[in-house]
Design a protein around this ligand. Sequence first.
Ligand code: HEC
Length: 130
Amino acid sequence: MRKLSFSIVFFFAVIICFTACYNDNEEDLYDEYLANCTVESASFKDEVSLIFISKCDRCHSEANAPINGDNINLDGYEKIVAFENKYPGLLVRSLKHESGVAAMPKGEKKLDACNVRKVEFWVLDGMKNN
Ligand code: HEC
């Protein structure tokens, strides 16, 4: 009897562990993350500019652009808008690592999909200074 109940507990423990691991798999977490990624309100000040500051300024700030950013100055609202107007779509294509453009951030993995979406949405939404 004792052995039997131990087996039953063990059996359920295995099932629970298996289900927990299955639900935790990366793809599910990623889908959930994207579902929670709201971009209807991508704000330049609170979201988009922070992405540029943390991921691009190392090479594309005013001071760094001539040194390691190929003279592409993405330092602040005006510069980013001017670049997008001059080369429409290039920013987002580089963030998406599309073929035919230089993948950005250079030498690093793609930004996470939610941040790419935010930049894309902000551009499509008319690059508001919000
Ligand atoms: C480590 C330095 C570095 C970082 C970080 C970096 N860039 Fe660049 N970027 C460059 C260089 C250098 C070039 C010139 C093309 C090349 O050498 O690949 C470039 C080119 C570009 C281009 C033009 C692409 C083309 O095909 O002409 C865009 C757009 C761009 N960067 C945007 C960004 C954005 C947005 C970020 C941040 C998410 C970023 N970069 C981060 C160094 C960097």
